[in-house]
Design a protein. Structure first.
Length: 362
């Protein structure tokens, strides 16, 4: 009995240390949440626009993460859903004066239908890996060419939404100052994070990870891989459609080359790849690293009077090369492992110095 009590002492101390470590994060998270809510009232319009770009890339990166990071289905044509979402919602508003929120529903339905068609064609015929990624690029390029020649929606000249007063909040028509768009994309990013965390704890999350690790083994275990891959495609495309609608109303103008282009797909992919594919916080960390380093370098060079077109893309490439070479799992997994290791060392030292624990061990 005494030996059990002796062994239970360190175990209880370790559990208490883990709970204490989590409790210490609560005030920091609360301060971080307050800072996010107060940010648009304390910062200028330029910094708010930078924050919007970070959150937007984090959101669409999280949407792509569902398909590739969780289910292992590589898509390099996710600009298809950004463009469709943007054009469907904006086209309904401009041509038929439909509410943006009804346009949002139509955009999600349209993107879900397009992804269902592509997923059905691919997965029923066993198309996967590189072939599937090429198929996604082909669909996005076909959509770009189609909208480039669709004169009813502006064609190559683009589609423009009516610009209203930016100093008044009009949530019904999704018009207002930059702070409105900041809070909307912040809510979308937090909602996507919570939704993906919920999915990973459900059957879908376990099945997706099994398919990602070994699809043949998952089939042997009785998992309907076609059904769950289709679900991943539908969820990812629907979430990306919302990002496309946000992009259209934030910029007030859309062009086929801008929303359907291959560079838009690469922009979506970079944040989760750099931050850590398959992780919840990876897209957010990757988006912050991309935007802060890219725009920071551009601003620094501009202060010295150097105007260098394309420097942002060079920074993106250097950052991607660094991460692939030295941090293949991404930035966030490396940071989380480092923090966990430091926390465990701190609590082990605290436990060893605790008089109560020393008394129990004695």
């Amino acid at each position: 009995m005494r030996s059990l009590e002796t062994e239970a002492g360190p175990l209880q101390a370790e559990m208490a240390g883990a709970l204490g470590a989590r409790a210490r994060w609560i005030p920091l998270l609360a301060l971080f949440a307050l800072a996010l809510l107060a940010f648009p009232f304390m910062a200028g319009d330029y910094l708010v626009s930078i924050a919007i770009v970070v959150l937007y890339l984090a959101y669409v990166g999280q949407a792509w993460n569902v398909m590739m990071g969780f289910a292992g289905q590589l898509s390099l044509g996710h600009s298809l859903y950004v463009g469709l979402g943007a054009y469907v919602a904006a086209g309904l508003v401009v041509r038929f004066d439909v509410s943006p929120w009804l346009g949002l529903c139509a955009a999600v339905a349209c993107c879900a239908g397009a992804s269902a068609c592509m997923g059905f064609l691919a997965f029923r015929r066993g198309i996967a890996g590189v072939q599937f990624s090429l198929l996604t690029i082909a669909f996005a390029e076909l959509a770009r060419i189609a909208f480039d020649h669709w004169d009813a929606l502006g064609g190559a000249g683009g589609l423009f939404l009516k610009v209203s007063q930016r100093n008044r909040v009009d949530f019904v028509h999704f018009r207002g100052p930059p702070a409105l768009y900041y809070f909307v994309i912040l809510a979308l990013t937090v909602g996507a994070l919570a939704f993906c965390a919920w999915l990973l704890r459900r059957r879908a999350g376990y099945y997706w990870r099994a398919i990602k690790e070994d699809e043949m083994a998952a089939q042997a275990l009785g998992i309907d891989t076609f059904r769950w891959k289709m679900l991943a495609v539908l969820v990812s495309s629907s979430m990306t459609a919302v990002g496309g609608v946000f992009l259209a109303f934030y910029h007030n103008s859309i062009f086929p080359e801008q929303v359907f282009g291959f560079d838009r797909s690469i922009e979506i992919v970079l944040a989760p790849v750099i931050g850590g594919p398959g992780t919840l916080l990876g897209p957010l960390v990757g988006a912050a690293a991309l935007v802060l380093l890219g725009d920071g370098t551009t601003e620094l060079l501009a202060r010295f009077g150097w105007q260098m077109p394309g420097v942002k893309q060079v920074v993106y490439g250097v950052l991607l090369l660094f991460v692939v070479t030295y941090l293949p799992a991404g930035i966030w997994p490396t940071l989380s492992r480092t923090w966990s290791r430091n926390w465990s060392r701190t609590w082990s030292r605290t436990s060893s110095r605790s008089p109560r624990l020393r008394g129990r061990r004695g």
